[in-house]
Design a protein around this ligand. Structure first.
Ligand code: PAF
Length: 278
C-alpha cells in the first residue's frame, strides 16, 4: 500500500488508477482504526476496484474545549491494518498540507446540521463539511463510505453532495458493535474499564425506547424513559435523546415512516453517540 502526504503525490497515484481503468472508493477517517473502519474498507472493496483511505485528524471539527490534542494517533498500526484489509492507497496529509497559510473557506450546511450534535458542538459540522469537501476534491472518488454511527454527519454529507452536485455516491455502512451492543468508536479507548462496563446502558436504552415506540408508547414517554435509563446506567449527563426524520433530522413527535432515534451522553469526560433505525 502506497502512503502519500502531498496533494501532488495523491493526484499522481489516483491518476495512475484511473489510467488503468480502475474505479475508486474513498474511506475518510481520523485514524485510530477499529473494526468499524475495516467494515467500510471491506464494503469499498466490494463496490470499487481500488480503495483509498484517508487519515487526517481535522482540527476544524473540534471545538475549543474538545479532545483534539488527546485524540488517539496511531498511524503505523493503522497503516498495517489498512494494508492487510487490501486498501490500495493511504492519504495522510499534514495540517499544513490540508490547510495552507491563508486558507479561508468554510462549507456550512444549514437545516440538517442545526440540531442534535450541531447544537451540542457548535461549528463541528462546518469543520466536517469543509474537510470532506476537500477530500472529495482531492481524491475525486466514484463513491465514498461513512459509518451510520455518525448518522447526523452522514446526513450532512449526503445533503451537501446533493446541493453542490458533487456527483459521487455516498454509501452509509451499518454501525459495528461490541458483543454488549456498544457502538465501535475511536473514543471508546478513553473509557476506564468501569465506565466501559456502564457504557452499554446507551445502546440498551435506545433499544428499549425503540421497542416502546413500536409497542405504542408516546414519543415523550419513550424519550424520557431512555434518558432516565442512560443516567441510571451510570452516565454523568445526557446531551440529547431524540426521535427524528431519518433524512432531514428534524425532531418528530409521532412515529414517522422512516425515523431515527439518536442520543449523545457523557461518561467520565467522554462523549458517546449512538442511533437506531425505527
Ligand atoms: O468520521 C470521521 O472520522 C470524520 O468526521 C471524517 C468524516 C473523517 C471527517 O474528518
Amino acid at each position: 500500500m502506497q502512503i502519500v502526504r502531498t496533494v501532488a503525490a495523491l493526484r499522481e497515484a489516483v491518476a495512475a488508477f484511473r489510467a488503468a481503468g480502475e474505479t475508486v472508493a474513498l474511506v475518510p477517517t481520523m485514524g485510530a482504526l477499529h473494526a468499524g473502519h475495516m467494515a467500510l474498507i471491506a464494503e469499498g472493496r466490494l463496490r470499487a476496484s481500488r480503495v483509498v483511505a484517508s487519515i487526517f485528524v481535522n482540527p476544524k471539527q473540534f471545538g475549543p474545549n474538545e479532545d483534539l490534542s488527546r485524540y488517539p494517533r496511531r498511524e503505523a498500526r493503522d497503516a498495517e491494518m489498512l494494508e492487510e484489509a487490501g486498501c490500495a492507497l493511504l492519504w495522510a496529509p499534514s495540517v499544513e498540507e490540508m490547510y495552507p497559510d491563508g486558507f479561508a473557506t468554510n462549507v456550512s450546511v444549514t437545516g440538517v446540521s442545526g440540531g442534535l450534535d450541531g447544537e451540542s458542538r457548535p461549528g463541528h459540522f462546518d469543520g466536517v463539511a469543509t474537510v470532506v469537501t476537500k477530500l472529495f476534491n482531492q481524491v475525486r472518488p466514484d463513491i465514498a463510505l461513512f459509518g451510520e454511527k455518525d448518522f447526523q454527519q452522514l446526513a450532512v454529507i449526503r445533503r451537501f453532495v446533493r446541493d453542490l452536485d458533487l456527483g459521487l455516491e455516498i454509501i452509509g455502512v451499518p454501525t459495528q458493535r461490541e458483543d454488549d451492543g456498544l457502538a465501535l468508536s475511536s473514543r471508546n479507548a478513553y473509557l476506564t474499564p468501569e465506565d466501559r462496563a456502564k457504557a452499554r446502558a446507551l445502546p440498551r436504552a435506545l433499544g428499549e425506547a425503540a421497542d416502546a415506540l413500536r409497542g405504542g408508547a408516546t414519543v415523550t414517554e419513550a424519550l424520557e424513559a431512555a434518558t432516565k435509563r442512560i443516567l441510571d446506567g451510570g452516565f454523568d449527563s445526557v446531551d440529547y435523546v431524540s426521535l427524528c426524520d431519518a433524512e432531514t433530522l428534524q425532531p418528530v413527535d409521532s412515529l414517522p415512516i422512516s425515523g431515527r432515534l439518536l442520543a449523545a451522553a457523557r461518561i467520565g469526560g467522554t462523549r458517546l453517540i449512538d442511533n437506531l433505525a425505527i
